[in-house]
Ligand binder design. Structure first.
Ligand SMILES: C[S@@+](CC[C@H](N)C(=O)[O-])C[C@H]1O[C@@H](n2cnc3c(N)ncnc32)[C@H](O)[C@@H]1O
Length: 256
């Protein structure tokens, strides 16, 4: 299986509209607890903003990402990043730990990812991360699908992400050989500082490609999707819309 066509990223838009993604990765970074001198693999490292924070702890970090544009942005930041499909990780048992934030749900061959991370870890190595979980951004996804249909385009038949529940996730990783597989779903209503229309343009570029939406129709379509979704979402005390994020946070280890 190749890199998911729904996963398409523009690093400039990502920096402008998605900075909350690496910023909200702080708790899972704390769970990783990187140590000086450790060798750590960051799976789906994106533009490397969060990777840089692992490097700052004194660990040696290798980032892999399927997007050449995001890898270029990470390299520009000084990260040792490589264009690699994480569904075909090429590593032997060389890492003390593996980490991933907001990326695994784009990788539809979940078993291949699990087996590749297992192979990349030293015996006893730990794997910690966070991804979209069951129910993630359901209102945003429904709003976009409705807007695509109302504007006369045809969205892809299924949902092009894997947003697992706890059992699906833990079964997948236990089957790859991991032990102490722990996962929890965390509802995280999330302010989207740039607004929902920018969210759709940034996070669903590939979905709009797959739906056949031409460039000049993207802004009106994103505005339409935002108007639909806003009706179903709460606001915080300042009136900022809260997107219906649900995260699945996990930890596990490779047996000794
Ligand atoms: C939302 S970004 C998260 C980036 C970063 N981890 C962060 O916290 O900001 C998701 C990343 O997953 C990457 N990705 C998607 N499918 C992938 C695959 N099959 N192999 C490697 N990376 C992939 C995308 O290219 C994108 O950079």
């Amino acid at each position: 299986m190749s890199v998911n066509e729904a996963s398409r990223w523009n690093p400039v838009d990502y920096a402008a509209n998605a900075a909350f993604v690496p910023a909200l990765g702080a708790p899972v970074l704390a769970l990783l607890a990187p140590q000086t001198g450790e060798r750590i693999l960051d799976i789906g490292c994106g533009d490397g903003v969060l990777t840089e924070r692992i490097v700052a702890t004194g660990a040696t970090v290798v980032g892999v990402d399927g997007s050449p544009e995001m890898v270029a942005a990470a390299r520009a930041r000084g990260i040792d990043a490589h264009v690699v499909d994480a569904q075909a990780l090429p590593f032997g048992p060389e890492f003390d730990a593996a980490f991933s934030n907001a990326a695994l749900h784009w990788m539809l061959d979940k078993g291949a990812v699990a087996r590749g991370v297992f192979a990349a870890l030293k015996p006893g190595g730990r794997y910690v991360g966070e991804m979209g979980g069951a129910g993630n951004i359901a209102t945003l996804r429904a709003g976009l699908r409705q807007a695509v249909g109302e504007m006369g385009y045809t969205p892809p038949a299924g949902d092009p992400q894997w947003y697992p529940d706890v059992a699906d996730f833990t079964d997948t990783y236990a089957a790859a050989g991991f032990s102490d597989v722990r996962a929890e779903l965390i509802e995280r209503p999330t302010p989207v500082p740039a607004g929902l229309a920018e969210w759709f343009r940034t996070f669903r570029m590939g979905f709009l490609d797959q739906s056949g939406v031409p460039p000049d129709a993207r802004d009106p379509l994103a505005a339409c999707a935002a108007a639909i979704a806003e009706g179903g979402l709460p606001r915080d005390a300042d009136g900022t819309i809260l997107a219906d994020y649900v995260r699945l946070r996990f930890s596990m280890r490779k047996p000794d």
